[in-house]
Structure formats: structure tokens, C-alpha cells
Design a protein around this ligand. Structure first.
Ligand code: ADP
Length: 768
């Protein structure tokens, strides 16, 4: 049980505990008394308050018991306890008073302590104060009411008990009893006097009249209803005795003692009262005047009257009660004080109980919370070995248990993280090694747009130290190094919200043009969260040079082949012509006609080829102007509809496509070349479909031209756009090469594919 008013040592220790909260707790291990194996060194709670209570409660009980005893006046003989005395009760009352004062002091002390703890805002003090206040508040109202009612009752009882009328009644009763007794005595004297006078008058005291005396006395006894009549001589001899047979002999035979002697000596009437078991015997002795000598006595007459027990007891009871009543009345004040005190002690005990209970309940909550606060502080300072060892029940117990589980989980989690960090470090080292050895340049960009990684190949290709790039914003670094292609790619991937973007182009690096191919990709983690970008690029300058050489070699071979084709018929025609001329053949004229027309036709074919080639080689830079693409489409379609009756042209145009910049003549040529190819592939009969659409997100115009001709064989797909690739007998193989060149010059792309269900489809995109 927690002590409310602990021993000074304990209290001090507790008082210091809250102060530790809020400081970096160095001690996170178990406290004394908390450790399982450690003996509990706390002293038993023989705290002052319990001691006081332990003494006060029996003291109060005794006070109550004795005051009750005194009040009722029932000093019962069967009581095991000593008789209550006024002083003893007073002592008990004083002890109660001392206990009450100490209890009140202790109660106030703890309340004051709680108040100061609250002022210093110690952990749990607020809650405790509220709880204690609530308990006191709720118990205060009924308790104080009860106390007021009880003290009112005490006052009332006292007033009723010590009422003047009661005293008067008791006093009168006592007077009645006294007068009753005096009446008996007076009657006895009167009777004795009357008998004495009779004896004197009849002279029965004469020696010879003794018989008459005895008979007379017997008669007189019966006449006055007396217990006995005895006649004594002056020499104290019993002359005669008349006795009531109804009264017990032992009563009547009670020794008469000094009464006769006192009468003889005093010469006047005397009385005595003697107690017997069955009642009281009242005797009255009266002298008998002498007939012989004036002023002398002849004897003494003793008359006895018997008052029975029942009457006596009542008389005595009345008188005794009156005496006791007067004694108690003298104690009226202390009894009243004692009663008030009793009520006060009960009140304070109830309040104390409420306060103690408040503290007890609050302690059950605040101590674990205090421990929790300390433990949290320790955790905040990185100590994850904290475990709270506080006994708590209910939800607080659950909270402590959860907290302990949490710290345990945290510890396990921390060690797991440490392990993960080790493996992460290993992985990072591995990735860095890969990045260091890879030939391509790699830059990584974080979400905020700063460059985070620059691998050695990137440094080599860009001719710049990584430190000049690392940690800097992309836009700033790219601008400074004039990496336009990179900047272009970075802007476009943002603008078009792309995940990946590949670009090829020439940019100036260290004053020299460099052909670069780059791939910019968005990095995402497993949960799909955006992590930034990775830019991989390669210097293709050398490769491009080699490729160009190879392309031109192929072009040269093709040109040679194309030129060779018309040359053979020309040579054959010339040789045939010379032979016929030498032979002076008769059909020379017709052969001449035939051969010269072959030569002319082949030469014009050659000329056309050379024209086309020079056109391709001398392709001018596009003259850009903002205009409608659909106008161009409609124009070309109208032209082709007129020329090819057996071909159906379908145009599906996206009207949302805005005006865009392009070279009208060049784009016109693109459509003409594509339509020519389609019409030729379908052998002048079939359907050609042209569609446009606006990709708003990517800001591109997408155009497709499809037909339902034979389509393109998979083996030709790669070569379609190369100059001089043709499958046609009279084709130049430059049509699609020119188309591609125009589209690329407009910063667009073109690709060929298979049309469903049959035919070929060419798709090209232009920036809007
Ligand atoms: P040319 O028309 O002089 O042959 P092109 O470069 O225009 O040169 O075309 C190259 C080749 O591509 C053509 O010879 C043809 O085999 C193929 N081709 C082009 N367009 C189509 C098409 N619409 N359908 C099928 N094949 C085509």
C-alpha cells in the first residue's frame, strides 16, 4: 500500500524524483526495489499518519464507550473494563484532541506539499491535485452536512438531558423520599410518646402492675400497627416486649445498641434506623415519666416501625439518581466538547480517507506516467535499453506494457537498421564500382533538382571535375557548362511528364562539337515514389564519324550500282550501233533509231537520278512559319483525289490541333512522298487513310498515313529510310530518306509499321 505521508527519507527521495524528469536521464537501469532479484529495502509504512490513526481509533472507541457509560450511569457490574471515572474520560478526550490535531496537521502538510508540487509543475501533480480536489470536494459536502447535523443533535441532546425540569423532578423525588422517611420517624416518636404517656397515666411501671404493662403493650402494638414495643427500666432491664409476629424475628431482634442509654442520659426522645435484609427498622426511644418523683424517669419505651424493602429501594434509587445527575451535570462541558470532538474527528477521518484515496489513485497513475516520461527522455537520448518496471493495473498497466514492447521493438528495429545499413553500404560501394567502370557518363539528379552523382566517365566526357557539378542545381550547372542538350532533355521530361526520354544531338563541349546520345529516366522506388532522375550519356562523335563513312560507302556503292544499270544498255546500244555501222548493215537505220532512243532514255534516267541526289544533298534549312497543318493535308489530298480515281482517300483530322511552326513546302513534300509510295504499293487501287491528333501532354502533333497495300517486309524495316534503298525497278530510294530528313529537321520523329489488317502505316510527330 503506498504511504500518503511517507517517512522523511522516502518523501525526500520522491520529491527529488520528479525533478529528474526533463533532464537527460543517465540512469536508465532499474531502481532499487524495482529489480526483480534485489531485496526490497523500503521500510514498512509505519508512517506517522498510520501510527496516529492506529492510536486514535481505539482511543475514540474507549471515549465513546466510557462517555456512554457515564451518560447512562450504568456502571454495569458485568463490564470487563474498569469503572469510568471523570478524570479518565477527560484524559481520553484530551488524547482524542491531540490525535485530531496531529491528523489535521498531517493532512494539511500533504495538501500544501501537493500545492507546491503543482506550482512547480512536477509530472503528475496537476492530475493528482484534480483527483484529490475531486475526492475532497465530493466527500466534503455530505461529511460537513453530517457534521453540522450531528453537532446540532449533540447540542439538542445536551439541552434535553440537562433540562431544569428534569433536575427539579429528580430533586422533588428525592425530597419526597426524605419526607417519607422523616414521616416514619416522626410517627414512631409520636407513637412512643403516646405509649409513654399511657404508661405514666396508668402507672403500669409499678412493680406489681407488670402483667398489666405487658398486656397493655401488646394491645398498643396491635393498635398502632408497630413492629415491636419494648419497655426498659432505668437500669436497662427489658421489662416487657411486644412483637409483631408478621415481622421476621431477625429484624425485630436487631441489637438496640446505645439508643436506650442515649434516651436515659439525654432525657429526651431519640431515634435510630437500622437496615435489615428485608427492610429498614426505625426505632424511637422516649423516656417514661416517674409517678413517684417529679422530673425522674421510670424507664424508656422503644417503639420500632418496619419499612419494607421495595419501598426503600425506590426511595434510595431516587436519591442516588439525583446525586449522579448532579455529578454528570458538573461534566456537562467536557462531555459536550468530547461529543463535538468526536464528530470533528469522524469528519476529518472521512476527509483524510478521501484525500488518501485520491493520492492513492493518483499515485497509481502518476508514478507509471513519471516513469514513462523518464523512459521517453532516455529513449530520446538514444538509450533503447529502457524497460519500465512499475506495477500498474488497468489501462496504465497496458500502457506500460505497450511502452516496454515498443522499446523492445525499437531496439530490435535499430539493430535491423544497423544490419541493413551495413548491407546498404556494401551495395552502395558495389554500385559506385559499377559506375566508376562503366564507359557511359552517368549523372543522378535528386527530386529537388540537384546533381548528386557524377561518375568518372561523365567527368571524362564533359572534361570537368565532379565537384563542380555535385550538389549544384541542374539548371545552374548545365547553363554554366553550356550543356544545351542535357538542359533540353531535362526541360522536356518535366514538361511532358515523361518517365524516360532519349535524345541524340550535337552540343559544344570544351569548344568542340560533340555528338551525344542521352537517356534521361525517372527513378522510382518499389512503392513507385519519385526519387529523381538518372542521366546516362555517351560521346558518339567518333562512332558517328565511322557510321557516316560507312553510310557514304553504301551510298557510293548504290550510286555506282544505279549508274551502272543505265550504263550497260548505253554501252550495249553504242557497241551494237558501231557494229551495224562497220558492217554497213541494211537495217542500220532501224537499229540506229532503236539504240539512240535507248541511250537517250537511259541518259535522262541518269540525269533524273543525279537531279534527285543533288536535291537531297542540297536540302535547304526549313523556313518555319506558324500555320495550319490541316490546310497542307487537305491540299495534298485534293490533288491526289483528282489524279487517282481508283484510290479512296480518307482524312480524319483532329480539329483541336492548333497552328504550329513548320516549313510548308517541305511538309508538303513529306505528304507527297508518302502518298506516292502508298499509291504505288497498292498498284493505284485501294484506300489511303490519313489521321491527325493532338497529344496535349507531350505537345506534339501525331500524323499517320496508312494504306491497304502489301505492306513492308520485316527485313526492310531497318533500311527503309536509308538513301538509295528501293525495291522498285525505277525507284531512286531517296523518297523516305528525304521524308526522314525533313521530319528530323523539324525536331520530329518518323517510324514505319504494319497496318491492320493489311498494308503499311507511317507515323510521324511534330512539335506543337
Ligand atoms: P522509292 O520510292 O524510290 O523506292 P522510297 O525511299 O520512297 O524510294 O521507298 C523505299 C522502299 O520502301 C520502296 O521501294 C518500297 O519497297 C518501300 N515502301 C515505301 N512505301 C511503301 C508502302 N506504302 N508500302 C509498301 N512498301 C513501301
Amino acid at each position: 500500500m503506498p504511504g500518503l505521508f511517507d517517512s522523511p527519507v522516502e518523501t525526500k527521495k520522491r520529491a527529488e524524483e520528479p525533478r529528474r524528469t526533463g533532464m537527460p536521464s543517465s540512469e536508465s537501469g532499474p531502481r532499487p526495489g524495482e529489480h526483480a532479484g534485489q531485496p526490497d529495502r523500503r521500510r514498512p509504512h509505519w508512517t506517522p499518519v498510520w501510527t496516529v490513526l492506529l492510536l486514535l481509533v481505539p482511543c475514540l472507541a474507549l471515549t465513546y464507550y466510557y462517555s456512554q457509560d457515564i451518560l447512562t450511569g450504568a456502571t454495569s457490574s458485568d463490564s470487563l473494563l474498569p469503572d469510568a471515572s471523570y478524570a479518565f474520560v477527560l484524559l481520553l478526550v484530551n488524547l482524542d484532541l491531540i490525535g485530531f490535531v496531529i491528523l489535521t496537521l498531517l493532512l494539511s502538510r500533504s495538501l500544501i506539499k501537493a500545492y507546491f508540487e503543482r506550482r512547480h509543475r512536477l509530472v503528475g501533480s496537476g492530475f493528482r491535485t484534480k483527483l484529490v480536489a475531486a475526492f475532497i470536494g465530493f466527500s466534503m459536502i455530505p461529511t460537513v452536512l453530517l457534521a453540522i447535523v450531528a453537532s446540532g443533535l449533540v447540542t439538542k441532546a445536551m439541552d434535553v438531558w440537562f433540562n431544569e425540569q428534569i433536575e427539579q423532578v429528580l430533586k422533588d423525588s428525592q425530597d419526597v423520599a426524605r419526607m417519607h422517611h422523616e414521616g416514619h420517624v416522626a410517627l414512631a416518636i409520636n407513637n412512643a410518646r403516646a405509649i409513654s404517656l399511657e404508661i405514666y397515666r396508668e402507672e403500669w411501671m409499678k412493680r406489681d402492675l407488670r402483667d398489666l404493662l405487658a398486656a397493655g403493650m401488646a394491645r398498643k402494638r396491635a393498635e398502632h400497627n408497630l413492629a415491636s414495643i419494648e419497655i426498659y427500666s432505668p437500669k436497662l432491664e427489658l421489662l416487657t416486649k411486644a412483637v409483631d409476629p408478621a415481622v421476621s424475628a431477625s429484624v425485630v431482634g436487631l441489637p438496640i445498641g446505645q439508643l436506650v442509654l442515649q434516651v436515659l442520659e439525654g432525657r429526651q426522645a431519640m431515634t435510630s434506623a437500622q437496615e435489615a435484609q428485608s427492610g429498614r427498622l426505625i426505632r424511637a426511644g422516649v423516656p417514661i415519666a416517674s409517678n413517684v418523683k417529679q422530673g425522674e424517669m421510670d424507664g424508656v419505651v422503644v417503639v420500632a416501625a418496619f419499612v419494607p424493602e421495595s419501598l426503600l429501594a425506590k426511595m434510595e434509587g431516587i436519591s442516588k439518581q439525583y446525586t449522579e445527575y448532579r455529578q454528570i451535570k458538573a461534566m456537562r462541558k467536557p462531555i459536550k466538547v468530547g461529543a463535538y470532538l468526536f464528530v470533528a474527528v469522524i469528519t476529518v477521518m472521512i476527509l483524510f480517507g478521501a484525500t488518501w484515496f485520491g493520492f492513492y489513485v493518483a499515485r497509481g497513475i502518476t508514478v507509471p506516467i513519471q516513469r514513462l516520461a523518464e523512459a521517453t527522455e532516455a529513449i530520446a537520448h538514444g538509450n533503447l535499453d529502457v524497460q519500465i518496471k512499475v506495477k500498474a493495473t488497468d489501462e496504465i498497466g497496458d500502457l506500460v506494457a505497450s511502452f516496454n514492447r515498443m522499446t523492445e521493438d525499437l531496439r530490435v528495429g535499430k539493430s535491423k537498421i544497423e544490419e541493413a545499413n551495413v548491407s546498404l553500404d556494401r551495395r552502395r560501394a558495389y554500385i559506385e564500382a559499377v559506375l566508376a567502370t562503366v564507359a557511359a557518363g552517368v549523372l543522378s539528379i535528386d527530386r529537388s533538382g540537384s546533381i548528386t552523382t557524377v561518375n568518372p566517365s561523365a567527368e571524362r566526357i564533359l572534361g570537368v571535375w565532379g565537384d563542380r557539378l555535385r550538389g549544384r542545381p541542374v539548371n545552374e550547372a548545365f547553363k554554366e557548362l553550356k550543356l544545351d542538350l542535357f538542359q533540353n532533355a531535362y526541360d522536356r521530361i518535366h514538361a511532358d511528364a515523361l518517365d524516360t526520354l532519349s535524345l541524340e544531338g550535337v552540343m559544344e563541349v570544351q569548344g568542340k562539337p560533340m555528338t551525344t546520345v542521352l537517356n534521361l529516366s525517372r527513378m522510382r522506388n518499389e512503392a513507385g515514389k519519385d526519387l529523381g532522375f538518372v542521366l546516362v550519356f555517351e560521346d558518339l562523335t567518333e562512332l558517328m564519324k565511322a557510321q557516316k563513312v560507312a553510310t557514304w560507302k553504301e551510298v557510293a556503292q548504290r550510286i555506282a550500282h544505279e549508274i551502272k544499270n543505265p550504263l550497260t544498255p548505253i554501252q550495249l546500244s553504242a557497241q551494237r550501233l558501231r557494229k551495224k555501222f562497220d558492217e554497213k548493215a541494211p537495217d542500220f537505220n532501224s537499229v540506229f533509231e532503236e539504240s539512240t532512243s535507248v541511250i537517250i532514255s537511259e541518259v535522262s534516267s541518269l540525269k533524273r537520278m543525279v537531279d534527285e541526289f543533288s536535291k537531297y544533298a542540297r536540302m535547304p534549312a526549313p523556313q518555319m512559319a506558324r500555320q495550319s497543318l490541316h490546310d497542307v493535308v487537305r491540299e495534298v489530298v485534293a490533288l491526289y483525289r483528282g489524279a487517282h480515281r481508283d484510290v479512296q482517300f480518307h482524312a480524319e483530322l483532329d480539329e483541336s490541333l492548333p497552328y504550329m511552326s513548320f516549313d510548308r513546302e517541305q511538309i508538303n513534300r513529306v505528304f507527297v512522298n508518302l502518298f506516292d509510295n502508298a499509291v504505288q504499293a497498292m498498284d493505284q487501287r485501294g484506300h489511303v487513310r490519313i489521321t491527325t491528333s493532338h497529344d496535349v501532354k507531350r505537345r506534339r502533333a501525331v500524323v499517320t498515313v496508312s494504306d491497304d497495300g502489301p505492306g513492308i517486309g520485316p527485313e526492310d524495316m531497318d533500311k527503309l529510310f536509308l538513301p538509295y534503298f528501293t525495291r522498285k525497278r525505277t525507284g531512286t530510294g531517296l523518297g523516305l530518306a528525304i521524308v526522314q530528313r525533313i521530319i528530323t529537321d523539324h525536331e520530329g520523329q518518323i517510324r514505319a509499321g504494319r497496318n491492320e489488317p493489311r498494308g503499311a502505316v507511317f507515323t510521324f510527330e511534330l512539335p506543337v
